[in-house]
Design a protein around this ligand. Structure first.
Ligand code: GDP
Length: 334
């Protein structure tokens, strides 16, 4: 039996830091039911004045680079400093392949038991746009619940890192030393988005390779166009596995870098601009999604598209009148 509370019940619970109600509100945000969506929007509207006060950090990297290990160490460090941390994971692969690159239950075991941390995977959706839209709303709920640091993790294999970049204040790219060139570049485009690069597993035999990679990447980053924010993305090294160190190494440097970036972009206004642009992009992509959804949900539209495509293929119809027929079905006599 579905049970739903009135909106104010979720709102009060979230503002009081009640995790159960937070989780239930996130489930509403993720629901496809129209009545759930309506309730979710009421909750979101009410908590909005209390949202936005966190540092939002995106983390990406190829599978195996050490994301979950890093987040364990980083999260434990942050909560040790008194921060309250929410970790949201976006796994664009979990639906397509049936399996998942991120969704493994054993990930972040220590952090999942930490009372100052909250971990929530984003369920796979039909479209990456849909998942990320819900992640943005989830982020707002977590902020209203008092989490001052939000980590959004995604796997660096597709477009998801671009969309995550579009919802965070700081974008962290984890990389391996000594991987092949195709991995090293990891698509130049992603490196260009990064506010910092972290070479992981800088321990044992890998330590000198990590230091070399650090210099190489730092040189590579110098060739990129300036960010326009006065920030120069640094390259750091870290080791997050406890068995290699008495203390994880490099973790506090990553946080210090994020804090420096936060200070700089708060002072020079770049942080605020970035968030404003993100709001606008969110609005525009949502509008596009809704328009497409509305269009494709018209009865018989798929069949009509098929028919028109065949006519375009056979050369009896040009694309432009075909599109006109789709957008103005009343003029359609095909
Ligand atoms: P993810 O797929 O990016 O989340 O990567 P994981 O965090 O699951 O790590 C992948 C593998 O690398 C695991 O076997 C980890 O034990 C190992 N690993 C992660 N971080 C480190 C590190 O700092 N040093 C070493 N030596 N191994 C690490």
């Amino acid at each position: 039996m579905r049970h739903r509370h009135p909106a104010h019940h979720y709102v009060n619970g979230i503002l009081a830091g009640d995790r159960l109600l937070l989780s239930q509100a996130i489930t509403l945000v993720e629901s496809r039911r129209a009545d759930d969506q309506e309730l979710a929007q009421q909750v979101l509207e009410a908590i909005l004045p209390k949202a936005g006060n966190s540092i939002r950090i995106g983390i990406t990297g190829v599978p195996g680079v050490g994301k979950s290990t890093f987040i364990e160490a980083f999260g434990t460090y942050l909560t040790g400093l008194g921060h309250r941390l929410a970790v949201l994971t976006i796994d664009p692969t979990s639906q397509r392949s049936g399996g998942s690159l991120l969704g493994d239950k054993t990930r972040m075991e220590t952090l999942s038991m930490n009372p100052s941390a909250y971990i929530r995977p984003s369920p796979a959706g039909d479209s990456l746009g849909g998942v990320t839209h819900r992640t943005r709303e989830t982020m707002l709920l977590c902020e209203a619940a008092g989490f001052d640091t939000i980590l959004v993790e995604t796997v660096g294999v597709g477009q998801s890192e671009t969309v995550v970049h579009g919802m965070v204040d700081f974008f962290l790219l984890l990389m391996l030393a000594g991987a092949g060139d195709e991995l090293q570049g990891m698509k130049r485009g992603i490196m260009e988005l990064a506010d910092a690069l972290v070479i992981t597993k800088a321990d044992g035999d890998n330590r000198s390779a990590a230091n070399r990679a650090r210099v190489e990447y730092q040189n590579a980053l110098h060739l990129f166009p300036p960010t326009g924010t006065g920030w120069f993305p640094p390259v750091l090294t870290c080791s997050a596995l406890p068995e290699h160190n008495t203390q994880p190494f490099g973790i506090s440097d990553v946080w210090q870098t994020i804090e420096e970036h936060h200070q700089l972009t708060t002072q020079n206004g770049a942080g605020n601009r970035r968030r404003q642009e993100q709001q606008l992009t969110w609005f525009r992509s949502l509008l596009q999604q809704r328009l497409e959804g509305k269009f494709y949900s018209q009865p018989g539209i798929r069949e009509l598209i098929n028919r028109l495509e065949n006519q375009v293929l056979s050369g009896t119809l040009l694309p432009s009148p075909a599109v006109d027929m789709l957008l103005n079905p009343s003029t359609n006599n095909h």
